[in-house]
Ligand binder design. Structure first.
Ligand code: ADP
Ligand code: MG
Length: 692
């Protein structure tokens, strides 16, 4: 706590300021130093009035030509000054008699403010100003002046002087900004020391490249961003390390159940699936918890991999919980797992939020007495009052919707004296490796980088709404040929109600236009049994055209469906479109996807749609998505904890990640004593190491 010097000990800081600072997330002197300027003012030089441009924020000097009070809508004081190169009007709405007198004709003023207007009509509204005496040499700032993000009731000047006072106290600086990066690394990275960087960023020299500074890419800013991102990565690694020390059930088994299961499959595993299964088996054999993330494009066959992990755990005598983010997806898993494992004598139980009453009671009892071996469900699996007899493995599908902390909560849930369960998370959002290493540094990574053979690539076309009739006709022909199709309705806002309405209307329209087709409808407002019923009918081939909302985004698997139309495709993001499209192209016939777009396409929307037309490769799509939306959106930073970055910007500073990854290894290996201080410095207490 002595390093976290209290703010109250600073001169000029009382309880009310402390309260204001808290609004800015400043709780310590160090926080104050890491509260970086939003932008800078150049008060270092005088500018000739004749060279002013609209928007300049500068200092000028001039002699008052005329000062008068104007009565318009509001009473105001106008003062016209000149330096011989041009004229500038100063405009004040709040003023008093003394001010008017001080600004009398002939007075020499120095003013700082923002220039507005154009041509001969330049003005400053409420500039800072003071009268000067031409004979005296007035000192001017030697460095740029910081402008900080501030909060109501805390004036810029107050904040500035507070930070300035800390910066000018060498002893305090040395104590607050201990160098935590080893000299070696600083030298290798050619980075300035921490104190130097902090000083520089608050008060850069007058000749600093302002563009870089404003963009946050100046080497001194990057030095700080580097350390912050490094601290985040270290904290995740530390989390993982601590977790690794825990016990988990070792699951070395002969593998009979896995073999029986494989024998029932109508296909053999791809090499990529095989490799990932081997990695998982190896993890499960160990007596420490597996924490593995499996990435694989839509359709790469993650479910089979999950099922193989399941068979190993069941054979070892443990329960397996499989959790999906939506009812529909959970339902699909239930169908798959039941179909695959029930014939092998494994009991599969189902628990979702919508399961109530007696059925729920039965499920709960079976989970608690251990007779339920595999339990499929939604988040409901981990609610209060749900107990497992012997949970050995948790599988989370589509993990990007769950965050680090949720994952940890699950592990605790499963812990019951015999150690913690293994954890396997699966995602179809392929994240570039460096990014995954940073955001998911607490997980091992496996990639299924190969699709099952015999898939014909999906042909994607981009078609204007104006040609909707042609698309309807095309759908008609396809269904008459015995193919099945999806028609996906989208909506801008996440109003489920409106989205369902839109789907309903579309279904009716299509029914009118194509009376001979069997048209089904599935949306989020249907009861889960109804949804399941519709999906089963579609899967059985008794529906030709399925109108759906984006509820089918993940996990739905109907190999005979080979055509997908996405209405208002411009409204969805790249990954989402790619996921949706992945619902077709699962069988052996040629599949197509029609991206219908409405009226005016923005440039980014155009480029999104073009990307999908050009590639079927999820990794390329993800890379493009990353460029367009940034990693925050892609990963859901809110869930990764990366939204709490103070200085670094995950998007802007991506280029640093590979170097940070290397540095992270070096520190753990050679300078382990630096880990905790770095994490403590940069991560707010609440999220340092979530309680493991
Ligand atoms: P995803 O990775 O998107 O979850 P799924 O696990 O749903 O993919 O698999 C998609 C489809 O591919 C399913 O119908 C599945 O049975 C099938 N499949 C999985 N692995 C193979 C394989 N090795 N060979 C052929 N088909 C496979
Ligand atoms: Mg899946």
């Amino acid at each position: 706590m002595n390093e976290q010097l209290t703010l109250l000990s600073l001169k000029g800081v009382g309880p009310s300021i402390v309260e204001k600072l808290a609004n800015l997330n400043i709780a310590s002197v160090a926080d104050l130093l890491f509260h970086l300027p939003l932008r800078y003012q150049d008060r270092t030089r005088l500018v000739a009035i004749g060279s002013l441009r609209n928007g300049d924020e500068i200092t000028v000097r001039g002699e008052v030509q005329l000062t008068e009070i104007k009565y318009g809508k509001r009473r105001m004081l106008l003062s016209r000054i000149s330096d011989g190169t041009g004229f500038l009007t100063l405009r004040f709405f709040h003023f008093n008699k003394q001010q008017q007198e001080r600004m009398a004709r002939g007075a020499l003023l120095e003013c700082f403010g923002e220039v507005r207007g154009a041509g001969g009509q330049l003005e400053m509204v409420h500039p800072e100003y003071h009268e000067i005496n031409a004979e005296v040499n007035h000192s001017r700032a030697e460095r740029l002046t910081p402008v900080y993000p501030t909060t109501e009731g805390l004036r810029q000047l107050k904040l500035r002087s507070l930070i300035h006072s800390v910066l000018s106290n060498a002893e305090l600086m040395a104590e607050q900004l201990k160098e935590l990066l080893p000299q070696n690394i600083l030298a290798q990275e050619n980075m300035p020391g921490l104190q130097e960087a902090v000083r520089y960023v608050h008060y850069p020299p007058a000749d600093t490249e302002l563009t870089a500074l404003q963009a946050g890419t100046h080497p001194f800013q990057q030095r700080l961003a580097f350390e912050e991102l490094l601290a985040h990565q270290l904290s995740l690694r530390e989390l993982r390390h601590r977790h690794q020390l825990k016990q988990a059930p070792g699951m070395k088994v002969p593998g009979k159940l896995s073999q029986s299961f494989l024998a029932t499959l109508p296909f053999t595993l791809t090499a990529a699936q095989q490799r990932v299964v081997t990695e998982i088996t190896h993890d499960l054999n160990r007596e420490h918890p597996m924490q593995r993330l499996v990435q694989g494009d839509v359709g790469s066959g993650k479910t089979v991999v999950a099922a193989l992990a399941t068979t190993q755990a069941v054979e070892a005598g443990y329960q397996v919980a499989i959790m999906a983010p939506t009812e529909l997806l959970a339902e699909q898993h239930r169908v798959n797992f039941t179909q695959w494992l029930a014939p092998l004598g494994v009991s599969v139980t189902w628990l979702s939020g919508k399961i109530k009453g007696k059925t729920r009671q039965q499920a709960l009892v079976a989970m608690e007495d251990g007779s339920a071996q595999v339990i499929v469900g939604t988040q409901a699996l981990f609610q209060e009052g749900v107990e497992f007899a012997k949970l050995g493995l948790i599988i989370i599908d589509e993990q990007h919707r769950f965050g680090v902390h949720q994952r940890l909560a699950l592990q605790n849930k499963g812990a019951n004296g015999k150690g913690v369960p293994h954890q396997l998370v699966m995602t179809a959002t392929p994240i570039p490796r460096t990014l995954a290493q940073t955001a998911y540094a607490d997980l091992d990574l496996s990639v299924i980088d190969e699709l099952p053979p015999g898939r014909t690539p999906i042909e994607t076309v981009v078609v204007s709404e104006q040609r909707r009739d042609e698309v309807v006709a095309r759908t008609h022909r396809a269904c008459q040929d015995g193919r099945q199709a999806y028609w996906v309705c989208t909506l801008v806002e996440e109003s489920e109600k409106l989205q369902c309405q839109a789907a309903q209307e579309t279904a009716e329209d299509l029914h009118q236009a194509l009376p001979d087709l069997r048209i089904g409808l599935v949306h989020g407002r249907l009861k889960s049994a109804e949804k399941a019923q519709v999906m089963a009918t579609f899967k059985a081939g008794d529906i030709d055209l399925l109108v759906a909302t984006t509820v089918i985004e993940v996990g739905v698997d109907v190999p005979n469906a080979s055509l997908m139309i996405i209405d208002n495709a411009e409204r969805l993001g790249l990954s989402q479109l790619h996921q949706l499209r992945g619902r077709v192209g699962r069988g052996d016939q040629k599949s197509s996807c029609v991206l219908l777009y409405g009226a005016a396409l923005s440039r980014t929307a155009k480029s999104r749609l073009a990307t999908l037309r050009e590639t079927n490769d999820g990794f390329i799509v993800a890379q493009r998505d990353l460029e367009i939306r940034g990693p925050g959106e892609l990963l859901g930073t809110r869930q990764t904890g990366l939204q709490n970055l103070r200085i670094a910007d995950f998007q802007r500073d991506q280029v640093l990640l590979p170097r940070i990854a290397v540095c992270c290894e070096t520190i753990i290996r050679e300078y382990p004593e630096s880990v905790t201080p770095l994490v403590t410095r940069w991560l707010s207490t609440g999220m340092q190491y979530a309680k493991v």
